[in-house]
Design a protein around this ligand. Sequence first.
Ligand code: DOR
Ligand code: ZN
Length: 347
Amino acid sequence: MELSIVQPDDWHLHLRDGDLLEAVVTHSALHFRRAIVMPNLKPPITTTAAAVAYRESILKALPENSHFTPLMTLYLTDKTSPDEIKLARKSGIVFAVKLYPAGATTNSQDGVTDLFGKCLPVLEEMVQQNMPLLVHGEVTDPEVDIFDREKVFIDTILRPLIQRLPQLKIVMEHITTLDAVRFIESCSEGSVAATVTPQHLLLNRNALFQGGLQPHNYCLPVLKREIHRQAIVSAVTSGSKRFFLGTDSAPHERRRKECPCGCAGIYNAPVALSLYTKIFEEANALDKLEAFTSFNGPDFYGLPRNTSKIKLIKNPWKVPESYTFAFGVIIPMFAGKTLEWLPYTSS
Ligand code: DOR
Ligand code: ZN
């Protein structure tokens, strides 16, 4: 069995920099034509000038014949100025601004503490420039149970934000709950959308503890209960235009995952497309796969759909146990497991 679909884009990707960037970028470039590249480097990408330089380093790290196009983002801080948004739009290489509530996740310590105060002029300029806001949708209050942080974020931040700025384009990134699905479905189509990762579609929170602590299944937002997993599977396989592919592939060296205070992030770039296909197949919705992987994202961002194609062949293959580089080892999602669908690009 074989499927042929328009080449997908990844609307949420961590490529890192330096050695790690060189190690991982090829995996994304093999399957995806474009990717929204997250700005949570150390230091974060807070200016257009930094985004231009980061983009250059990504292009340099690509294999020679690659057509992969990085779509850059800015990291929103309390100090970001409206002029920076104008510059970003003018650059033609920045496609969105990422909101990390300060302390929510990896390298978010410089994130936002005062969204409705200091950041308001920037958000207003983003409306003017039609620049989407990408949201890490979790509150950071340590009093809030970690499994409830997405829901509380929706109620206390996202709803008021949309009421205040109904014209702001928003992508709620890596949604994990039934609450988020209902919320996205209640918003105006074309104005608010969501990305969905393979891990949140395939795993529930049992996967964190099955047979012992499983650090390679730890990401943020953390995996949730089975009812939430089922809700997001239904949402993406329904054919709704509001949901699209965003892997949140987030590589960390093995020693930073398998240690007393392990980093959040799942490296799924090599397996993501196989896994999304599996999810749609199991839901009897392979006819809806292409819209999710290749149409809904560019349509939301107002970008052209890709014209290149990719094949998905039913040909079982084994995911490597690990990827070894001079600087260390990266463990992929579903390491050592056999997957059914093999992505294949001719060029
Ligand atoms: O699990 C995660 N890893 N979630 C994020 O929000 C950030 C990411 C990373 O950068 O490692
Ligand atoms: Zn992310």
